[in-house]
Design a binder for this molecule. Structure first.
Ligand code: WT7
Length: 687
């Protein structure tokens, strides 16, 4: 932690917000730091007044009785109110006369249907697969799918699992669930069958929506096959899957289970396009989203309807300066499988009636300038991406963005992990042309939306700092006793009161919810629990926050959260592995890479006549990829005779982190086994 402080302490550059005159008018636009401070102060002093006004932007089926009831750790926002999220993202715009406006702009991979694999030699003519969906059409399609789901027995309160590629039907599936009052549980398309089994079981979900495949770099990702594999396992459990709805996207051949499998087009054919939006109680569950924690089992983060919608609607508007009807095109490059996609591809953006752009493929297909080509052709006004992507673009070279007209861009956002000042500067200079404010948005799956972020017209920015708290957020850097740390001292990042977008629980696990978030930190005077983010941070003398990263056993790989225990469990499920310890290590592009220390079973090694070599490394790495998904594949597998442990038997993780980060033995030396005994003895009983 101290190293992280030192490296950013020397960062003293400050960039002014964009002058108010350059921003179009909106009632919610914040155009000076003073105005921000005033509004923030008011939001804390009068939360009910502030959030009541924010909520009034949306249309309710029944107005709320009380803005907030709080008995830690349980918050009830907008109690007595009824609202539907799909209605506010779609139908409301149609009713207001905007049905012909575009809600979703979609770009698929080029030539995806027409040519074979690049290796076959077929050339890529720049032919793009594009779709523009108007609100009227989105309304009709969510209604038809909503009715089809009802026909399959999906009822209000049920959980529908969605495992799809980045196509408009993914958004339609999400909104169709919201429409009929079913909770959605989206699983990122990069996850493996085992991850589907875990999540479907935990949520007791009976219906899965998927596709025959998705395109990535000219190849078909076989999503249906993964679902089939998962269903095979699930069939042996009490949680059998009743129906699998399959979108035809690639035309790839799929196995078919009659009775269970239904083509999307068959399901919606003849379904009525009249499907009223179900009025939902404010605290009814809107969705479940699984994320990694410090145990081996992912946790289903519960978000509820009204508070989440109000919070994403407001944060999207003020952080990105969204103004409907002014030609803005918002592009968030995240997959809908992550919370960023939920909040800032779908709910926050669509509820503001600004077109949301979706892109199906990879940033380097067919060329390394694909993103800039998209920005230029669609005249993207706000771009929201991750530091890991920015570092990759830096590596690919300045000439790629330089070839394209990026003059439409107004605001640049980043999210997912701390951004290093070099990447911030490159983004600001080479993508933003020095004129676009960079909003470094800090938040989590649990927070629903941005909790610490600059506002483009108000906040002077400093490269590497996510700056100041969002309205309603009482953030502080505290010590274990809950006392605020002096400026420039590292501590734990806490939020000292509830906010509308906060998680309401972990699905089916009250204990883990209370223990994980609300037990470690409290108000030293009143004993009132604080929300604990599991991040370390410091505040500088201007009150700017500098997030330093996780303080638990979660690592942030390319902005994706992974539990070290999950990766360890995957490793020990390999028949030859006796023991494994996984730690994060600095990685130039990913931010944090995965380093796995593995002890093999000698008997297995002998029986299989294997040696600790490169082939075995690869096998273990692939095994993890097969168990969890490609994102969890270790960057380094290092063999050890035994793992270094304290006398009480705890793995010395700090030592392993040092070894992983250190220069010694970092070479891909294939045969040496690490001998930790000496170091361990020197270090004694640590951790
Ligand atoms: C963790 C949450 C929120 C959407 C994407 C990740 C890290 C996220 C920032 C940022 C520094 C950041 C934190 C956090 N993080 N954004 N701007 N600066 N760190 O969501 O998967 O729930 O991960 O990502 O460590 O705890 P997530």
């Amino acid at each position: 932690m101290s190293q992280a402080i030192e490296s950013t302490l020397n960062e003293s550059r400050v960039f002014p917000p964009v002058p108010a005159a350059q921003l179009k008018f909106s009632r919610w636009q914040v155009s000076s730091l003073e105005q921000y401070r005033e509004m923030h102060k008011r939001s804390l002093e009068d939360p009910e007044g502030f959030w009541g006004e924010a909520a009034a932007v949306l249309r309710w089926a029944r107005e709320w009785d009380k803005v907030l009831e709080w008995k830690a750790p349980d918050a009830k926002w907008f109690g007595g109110g009824q609202i539907n999220a799909c209605y506010n993202c779609v139908d409301r715009h149609v009713e207001d006369g905007h049905g012909e406006e575009v809600g979703i702009i979609w770009e698929g991979e080029p030539m995806s249907r027409r040519t074979g694999h690049p290796a076959t030699g077929s050339h890529y003519a720049p032919m793009h697969e594009l779709r523009w969906l108007r609100y009227r059409e989105i309304q009709r399609e969510t209604a038809r799918l909503g009715n089809a789901l009802k026909g399959m027995g999906v009822k209000k309160g049920d959980v529908v699992t969605i495992y799809m590629p980045m196509v408009p039907e993914l958004v339609i599936a999400v909104l169709a669930c919201a429409r009929i009052g079913a909770a959605h549980s989206v699983i990122f398309g990069g996850f493996a069958p085992h991850a589907i089994v875990e999540r479907v079981t935990d949520a007791s979900s009976k219906v899965i929506i998927t596709a025959d495949g998705g395109f990535r770099k000219g190849e078909v990702i076989e999503l249906k096959k993964n679902v089939d594999e998962a269903c095979e396992v699930l069939a042996t459990t009490p949680n059998k899957v009743r129906n699998v709805v399959v979108l035809q996207r690639t035309g790839a051949r799929v196995e078919w289970r009659p009775g269970r499998d239904v083509w999307w087009h068959d399901a919606v054919e003849g379904a009525s396009d009249h499907c009223p939006c179900e009025p939902m109680d404010a605290e009814d569950m809107l969705f479940l989203l699984y994320t990694s924690g410090s145990t081996g089992k992912p946790k289903g983060i519960v978000h509820t309807t009204a508070g989440y919608l109000v919070y994403t609607n407001l944060t999207a508007r003020v952080t990105f300066n969204l103004i409907p009807g002014t030609g803005q095109v918002f592009w968030c490059t995240a997959d809908v499988g992550w919370v960023t996609g939920h909040s800032y591809v779908i709910y926050g953006i669509m509820s503001n009636r600004v077109p949301t752009l979706m892109y199906e493929g990879a940033p380097n297909f067919p060329g390394n300038d694909r993103f800039w080509d998209i920005v230029a052709r669609h005249r993207v006004t706000q771009l929201y991406t991750a530091p890991t992507a920015i570092r990759t673009f830096m590596k690919w070279g300045d000439e790629h963005p330089a070839r394209h007209d990026l003059s439409s861009l107004k605001v640049l956002g980043t999210v997912g992990e701390p951004i290093n000042p070099e990447a911030w500067m490159w983004y600001h200079t080479h993508i933003g042309g020095g004129r676009c404010p960079v909003v470094d948005t800090y938040w989590q799956t649990e927070t629903g939306g941005h909790v610490i972020t600059p506002l483009p017209g108000a906040t002077p920015t400093k490269p590497g700092s996510c700056t100041l708290p969002m309205f309603g957020i009482d953030a502080a850097v505290v010590n274990e006793a809950g006392e605020e740390m002096p400026r420039n001292h590292g501590g734990l990042l806490a939020i000292r009161r509830p906010w509308p977008g906060m998680l309401r629980g972990i699905f089916g696990n009250r204990e883990r919810f209370v223990q994980g978030y609300w037990s470690r930190l409290k108000d030293p005077k009143t004993g009132e629990p604080y929300y604990f983010s599991a991040d370390g941070a410091r505040c500088d003398p201007d009150g700017y926050f500098w997030v330093m990263g996780r303080v638990d056993d979660v690592i942030n790989v390319s902005g994706h959260r992974l539990g070290t225990m999950e990766v360890e469990s995957a490793l020990v499920s390999h028949p030859g592995v006796a023991e494994a310890a996984v730690v994060g290590m600095p990685h130039e592009i990913k931010g944090t890479g995965i380093c796995a220390f593995v002890t093999m079973k000698p008997a297995w090694m002998q029986a299989q006549s294997r040696t600790a070599d490169e082939a075995l490394r690869k096998e273990l790495s692939n095994h993890v990829g097969h168990e969890i998904g490609a994102i969890a594949r270790p960057d380094q597998v290092r063999f050890a005779e035994a793992l270094p442990k304290t006398r009480s038997g705890k793995i010395m993780r700090r030592l392993l982190r040092d070894v992983a980060a250190g220069v010694e033995k970092i070479t891909q030396d294939t045969t040496t086994l690490e001998d930790f005994s000496v170091v361990a003895r020197l270090r004694g009983e640590e951790e």
